[in-house]
Design a protein around this ligand. Structure first.
Ligand SMILES: *[C@@H]1O[C@H](CO)[C@@H](O)[C@H](O)[C@H]1NC(C)=O
Ligand SMILES: *[C@@H]1O[C@H](CO)[C@@H](O)[C@H](O)[C@H]1NC(C)=O
Length: 129
């Protein structure tokens, strides 16, 4: 059962910046039952990130699971962004109560119009039975 929530930010327009860059590790290992953070850090050179131009979508096994768009976040009971982190370009996926079925490939896909980048992160769940 999914409870889908939305949360929106209202920010002032800032100037559009430079080249989009993503930082994310190729894989993460986490114990079953614990909380996983799948890092995805966005930067645009020396410019500050303008959230008006930003869309971030997380995919799990090619299916969309989370989205930040038009300054709104989606979230489900177990998967979310940390709202207070996004100003830092931190769009890490927080995954609570990890299950063995969460193992697989996650993709952090970012559009900073007109640029786009994505990174794949493999989640490995340890201690599953
Ligand atoms: C970023 O900073 C470097 C020097 O630190 C400068 O050469 C460059 O022009 C700056 N780029 C932008 C987009 O401001
Ligand atoms: C990014 O946010 C996550 C929480 O979602 C936090 O655990 C992590 O430390 C943050 N990373 C950085 C580099 O600030």
């Amino acid at each position: 059962m999914l409870s889908l929530g939305f949360l929106c930010l209202f920010l002032l327009h800032q100037s559009v910046g430079a080249t989009l860059q993503l930082a994310a590790p190729p894989s993460r290992q986490v114990l079953v039952g614990s909380r996983a953070i799948l890092p995805c850090m966005i930067s645009v050179g020396n410019a500050s990130l303008d959230l008006n131009y930003l869309v971030v979508i997380w995919f799990f096994q090619n299916k969309e699971i989370l989205r930040f768009d038009n300054k709104c976040f989606s979230s489900t009971s177990r998967r979310s962004f940390e709202q207070q982190e996004v100003d830092n370009g931190n769009f890490s996926l927080a995954l609570s109560n990890v299950r063995s079925s969460d193992e697989g490939v996650y993709t952090c896909a970012v559009v900073y119009s007109p640029e786009r980048e994505d990174r794949e992160i493999r989640l490995i769940v340890l201690g599953k039975y």
